[in-house]
Design a protein around this ligand. Structure first.
Ligand SMILES: NC(=O)c1ccc[n+]([C@@H]2O[C@H](COP(=O)([O-])OP(=O)(O)OC[C@H]3O[C@@H](n4cnc5c(N)ncnc54)[C@H](OP(=O)(O)O)[C@@H]3O)[C@@H](O)[C@H]2O)c1
Length: 279
């Protein structure tokens, strides 16, 4: 296939690009900066510069590339600008879906998040309704809803609800913001009941999902945990001493049975191995 990877320089995209080229696909990776795409080019991809917030820029790239499928891995989390990230989810997705429709592209695989369901202790499947959480940035849930609705409006739109990413280059990896706080013994957990997924497994799921039918699929490991359980493990692994945990009161863990049915089984079934692979 000819595949446009929107967000080819991010923590997932930088792994997806070489997986796709190695599988024989023609890959065009995007960024706002041609220089940041040099690793993607070294992995055999073409480079395309676009600003996802600019509809004309997105439309020009999608029209020019004329892909068979679009992989949507656009987030704006490097600077922890959560409102900016929500804005990108809404506007970037809208621009990408409009450009896809314009170019006759029906297949899109997009990254969403798994901790969106009604807060309950039992892990939820893909049917859980997106909840409103008064403790969370108010832009988060409407933005996730908007992203998912846009992607699912396409005939072959697949939404991957990813768990909390860990592994090299993530917030949990060395130098990442959660790792660094854990080193000092202080962890701020985003949600109470957490499903994790290793970032390498997340990338493998994106590649597999290019063949999946339209719908939502949770991409999480087998071992959801309460923040009171995983935070001390993380602090210990990062070399911190006593754990001080600040946690939001809500959040929903998820099951991965649907992904298993579709052929994705995590190579890292639990975050406890390592633990957290803090390389
Ligand atoms: N489920 C999760 O837990 C989850 C998911 C995602 C990220 N994160 C965390 O967030 C941290 C940062 O993520 P990241 O490394 O993927 O970086 P990021 O800054 O979130 O960027 C992701 C991708 O989106 C692109 N992008 C962002 N804004 C864009 C825009 N306006 N137009 C076009 N492209 C745009 C970036 O390209 P350029 O910047 O090159 O333009 C990059 O390829 C990671 O450490 C990770 O742990 C967590």
């Amino acid at each position: 296939m000819r595949i446009l990877v929107a967000g080819g320089t991010g923590v997932i995209g930088s792994r997806v690009v070489p997986l796709l080229t190695a599988a024989g696909h023609e890959v065009i990776a995007t960024s706002r900066s041609a220089d940041r795409l040099l690793p993607a080019q070294a992995a055999g991809a073409e480079r395309a510069v676009m600003d996802a917030r600019d509809a004309a820029s997105v439309n020009a790239v999608v029209t020019d590339v004329s892909p068979d499928a679009i992989v949507h891995l656009l987030t704006d989390l490097a600077t922890e600008d959560f409102a900016g990230n929500s804005h990108l989810r809404i506007v970037g997705t809208r621009n990408l879906v409009a450009a896809a429709e314009n170019a006759g592209v029906t297949r899109m695989v997009a990254e969403s998040i798994s901790w969106v369901g009604e807060p309950e202790t039992e892990p939820g499947d893909e049917s859980v309704a997106i909840a409103r959480d008064p403790d969370t940035d108010e832009s988060l849930f409407p933005a996730v809803e908007s992203l998912e609705a846009g992607v699912l409006s396409l005939e072959n739109g697949v939404v991957l609800r990813m768990g909390m990413l860990y592994g090299r280059g993530t917030w949990f990896g060395r130098g990442g913001r959660i790792h660094d706080r854990a080193e000092g013994g202080d962890v701020v957990a985003t949600v109470r009941h957490t499903s994790f997924v290793h970032v390498d497994d997340a990338a493998l799921a994106v590649v597999k999902a290019l063949d999946w039918p339209r719908g939502i699929v949770n991409i999480v490991d087998d071992d959801p945990a309460d923040a009171d359980e995983w935070a001390p493990e993380l602090v210990w692994a990062a070399g911190g001493n006593e754990t001080q945990l600040t946690v939001r009161s809500t959040g929903r863990a998820s099951t991965n049975a649907r992904a298993a049915e579709l052929g994705w089984v995590p190579e890292h079934p639990t975050w406890r191995d390592g633990p957290f692979d803090l390389v």
